[in-house]
Design a protein around this ligand. Structure first.
Ligand code: ADP
Ligand code: MG
Length: 263
């Protein structure tokens, strides 16, 4: 059945959630009765046209926005505010420019009161993981877009969150950098086995990364279809040229176009 996911045993459980921005005639219904369950360790990708409420959904799960109705739980706990159990990586670069790379990654653990020696170990570990061990003392302004997003991923992981919420994190990068970031993220996910909810409007990216692709309708956003992606891992961008991949891509494109999106 569509739009009624089995959210019972999920790491992320979104049940019957609606979101309306504002009130009265000028209000905008961004999400309508949306249900979605993401399993522990799953890499779940949401695709949908611009303005369909993808970011809104992530903000709700992150606790940065209040839902109008429905419930959201992460790790069995109802979401009421932001928390360190949910790491967020945005499309726009959100590093603190006045802090070094290491200080940016250290920020969350420091806030939580983690002792300095342990903080240093965490910073070293995750900067190694994203290949930036040699850039510890650089400032964000000295980094390329791809490097900034690698720091953002390390910063999110440094809190050891249960889930990673990623909102078009590679959307602003050139295609070559995007491809290398996709591979980096797949490696990191393989090592950390985090639950990932990843938003993109790029269908290739969705199929390449995901265990499952959730296709959203235009506004008000709801779920049109969910597709299991069973290609073996590790996956490289060569996969995008295979017939099975292209068939899935056609299927997703047809769903989006059927809904009226210009894809
Ligand atoms: P997406 O990320 O899929 O592009 P968004 O979640 O950003 O979509 O937005 C969904 C809809 O909600 C859009 O029509 C957008 O204009 C509207 N919207 C988003 N944020 C706000 C806000 N703070 N106030 C009013 N409307 C908003
Ligand atoms: Mg968005």
């Amino acid at each position: 059945m569509l739009n009624k996911a089995d959210t019972g045993l999920s790491a992320i459980a979104v049940e019957d959630v609606s979101l309306r921005y504002g009130e009265g005639e000028s209000s905008v219904l961004a999400l309508s009765n949306l249900s979605l369950g993401v399993k522990s360790n799953e890499f779940c990708v949401i695709v949908g046209p611009s303005g369909c409420g993808k970011s809104s959904l992530l903000y709700l799960i992150a606790g940065l926005e209040d839902r109008t109705s429905g419930t959201i739980a992460v790790g069995g706990e109802v979401v009421t505010e932001p928390g360190a159990d949910r790491g967020m990586v945005f499309q726009s670069y959100t590093l603190f420019p006045w802090l070094t790379v290491a200080q940016n990654v250290e920020y969350g653990p420091k806030l939580k009161g983690v002792a300095p020696a342990e903080r240093k170990a965490i910073v070293d570990h995750y900067l190694e993981e994203v290949g930036l061990a040699d850039f510890k003392n650089h400032y964000a302004t000295q980094l390329s877009g791809g490097m900034k997003q690698r720091v953002a991923i390390a910063r999110a992981l440094a809190n050891d969150p249960a889930v990673l919420l990623m909102d078009e994190p590679f959307g602003a990068l050139d295609s070559q950098t995007r491809h290398s970031m996709q591979q980096l993220l797949l490696r990191v996910w393989d090592h950390t086995k985090k639950t990932v909810l990843f938003v993109t409007h790029d269908i290739d990216e969705a199929i390449l990364l995901g265990d499952r692709v959730v296709v959203m309708s235009g506004r008000p956003g709801k779920i049109l279809e969910e597709l299991a992606i069973n290609f073996p891992r590790p996956r490289t961008s060569d996969l995008t040229m295979e017939a099975d991949f292209i068939a899935l891509k056609r299927q997703i494109l047809a769903l989006l176009r059927q809904d009226g999106a210009e894809y």
